[in-house]
Design a binder for this molecule. Structure first.
Ligand code: THU
Length: 138
């Protein structure tokens, strides 16, 4: 598990990811998710899940946050917070672990939250060991 050394502004990050979760459009699963990406220079980008009547067309919260980050011209994730209503905190799906990997490295913190705060802290390699990343194609 991750060494807790960088908690600057963590309360703000928790508030922001909670606001993102509150914006989720999840009428089919009733499982709202929020994600908050923090870039290396401290900028933050939020996303929520957006479902669709054609179920497979829904998007995950992490996907939305990453898209907002890239759209703003950033391509490195310093850390990411993910929140669901689950007491144990959110856990990213396999696809989103890979999406996070694209802009992260093995040591990037992935911080899983419930509405009352942080529940689990991982680094990405714990969630996606032996990951395939962009470096394999360079
Ligand atoms: N969901 C996310 O937004 N992120 C994840 O990593 C896991 C799942 C969403 C997708 C769907 O809208 C709902 O949670 C239930 O699967």
């Amino acid at each position: 598990m991750l060494d807790v050394s960088d908690l600057t502004n963590e309360a703000d990050y928790i508030s922001a990811v909670k606001l993102a979760m509150a914006k989720a459009y999840a009428p089919y699963s009733s499982y709202p998710v929020g994600a908050l990406v923090i870039t290396e220079d401290g900028q933050t980008f939020a996303g929520c899940n957006v479902e669709n009547a054609s179920y497979p067309e829904g998007n995950c919260a992490e996907m939305a946050a990453i898209a907002a980050m890239v759209m703003a011209g950033h391509q490195r994730i310093q850390k990411i917070y993910i929140m669901s209503q689950d007491d144990q905190g959110a856990t990213p799906c396999g696809g989103c672990r890979q999406r996070i990997r694209e802009f992260s490295d093995n040591n990037t913190p992935v911080i899983l939250c419930s509405p009352v705060g942080v529940q689990k802290r991982f680094v990405l390699a714990e969630l996606l060991p032996h990951a395939f990343g962009p470096e394999f194609l360079s």
